[in-house]
Design a protein around this ligand. Structure first.
Ligand SMILES: C[C@H](O)[C@H](O)[C@@H](O)[C@@H](O)C(=O)O
Ligand SMILES: [Mg+2]
Length: 391
């Protein structure tokens, strides 16, 4: 069956650009970033533009009227790339031409893409193609990529309240790091006090992790890891900027035994992840399927990781990662981002953009929750989309 049309829309306020929150929210409350060295950008990540892109919605319609769609972070820039550049490789192709379309999208944008928002746009088209194929074949995506290797998936929760996450049945809690090098030893002490306080509330067996969101330097990362090991930190996440492969390799050589180094959510393509493996940067990679190149590329990244004995736990991206994680032996658990403003209840991750978006119940999800064609979700008609470019 042929593809008739590709359409790219934008929408603000949560959704796939989950940092784009309109009200007070833990995810924008004094979280340490590479911009935290600037006082004016310390309190709020929105102040330096973490939510500047907004959500990109990609719709792909087949000649029989079936429509597949996907959402990712990309906004108007992403819509421009989809409509003005990528659409030409999709329209007129067969719904099964997923590999060829990916290769043409990647190679045609190589002169200005390779990573970042171009790969977000490619990922959005790729995920929409998988959704369309599933709807045409009346199959959930997980059944088209090898089938589930487990009936139940366990989740850890990312958010400000690991203590509440434990009560909700999650296997662990990932805390956003709040103080960085600019806050000196005083700030490092506060980070450890937060960890110690949470450890006292959750007991010894519940996983606790720090998400450092690219904000540290190597010396600080090693000091933080060593101090945090007393409180059983399971992994230190994205401590350094994504391109500092050398720093990650040195961090991994110097962290306490038993602690893991994770990174990858802002990495893209099999080549980017090969660098992480070849330089021994990490124990666990966290590609975002909406940013790394889509499902077609994540399958390649996952196989490479498996050959290097690395775990693949995708950065939280709702149904787009759940279908994948269920089908991979080296993806034994998943991330769930707590998108309630106080991290005190479970709400759909891409709220309010998707209808039928499954969420973990008691920290777990059964494969039956994904038994709908494609990725099994619908766009919320109450979310007003706009189409900034038409090709
Ligand atoms: C909580 C972190 O600061 C980020 O907001 C989050 O998007 C990401 O790093 C994660 O791993 O969930
Ligand atoms: Mg992270």
């Amino acid at each position: 069956m042929q593809i008739k049309e590709v359409r790219a829309f934008v929408v603000r306020g949560g959704g796939a650009d989950y940092h784009d929150q309109t009200e007070a929210h833990w995810i924008d409350d004094h979280i340490c970033t590479p911009m935290s060295k600037y006082e004016e950008y310390k309190q709020s990540r929105k102040s330096f533009g973490i939510n500047v892109l907004g959500t990109l919605v990609v719709e792909i319609e087949a000649t029989d009227g079936t429509v597949g769609f996907a959402v990712t972070t990309g906004g108007e820039i992403g819509a421009f790339i989809v409509e003005k550049h990528l659409a030409r490789f999709v329209e007129g192709a067969d719904v099964t031409d997923i590999e060829k379309i990916w290769d043409q999208m990647f190679n045609s944008t190589l002169y200005y893409g390779r990573k970042g928002v171009v790969l977000n746009a490619i990922s959005g088209v790729d995920l929409a193609l998988w959704d369309l194929l599933g709807k045409v074949r009346n199959e959930p995506v997980h059944k088209m990529i090898g089938g589930a290797v487990r009936d139940e998936l366990k989740f850890y929760a990312t958010g400000a309240r690991p203590d509440l996450a434990k009560e909700m049945g999650f296997i662990g809690g990932k805390l956003p790091l709040q103080w960085g090098p600019a806050d000196g030893d005083e700030g490092l002490k506060k980070n450890i006090e937060t960890l110690a306080h949470m450890r006292s509330k959750v007991g010894d067996d519940f996983w606790l992790m720090f998400d450092c969101w690219m904000s540290l330097d190597l010396n600080y990362s090693i000091k933080l890891a060593k101090a945090a090991s007393e409180y059983g930190l399971k992994w230190i996440e994205e401590a350094l900027p994504p391109d500092d492969y050398w720093g990650y390799a040195e961090l991994r050589e110097n962290i306490p035994d038993g602690m893991m180094v994770s990174t990858g959510e802002h990495e893209a393509t099999r080549w980017g992840f090969r660098m992480l493996f070849d330089k021994n940067c990490c124990d666990l990679i966290q590609p975002d399927v909406g940013w790394c190149g889509g499902l077609t590329e994540l399958l390649k990244i996952s196989a490479l990781a498996d050959a290097h004995n690395k775990l693949v736990v995708p950065h939280g991206s709702s149904v787009y990662s759940y279908h994948f994680v269920f089908t991979r032996q080296n993806s034994p658990f998943a991330e769930f981002l707590m998108m309630a403003p106080n991290a005190d209840k479970v709400v759909p991750m891409f709220n309010p953009l998707l209808l039928d978006e499954p969420v973990p119940l008691n920290g777990k999800m059964n494969i039956s929750a994904l038994d709908k064609p494609g990725f099994g979700v619908r766009l919320n008609p109450e979310c007003e989309l706009s189409r900034p470019y038409i090709h």
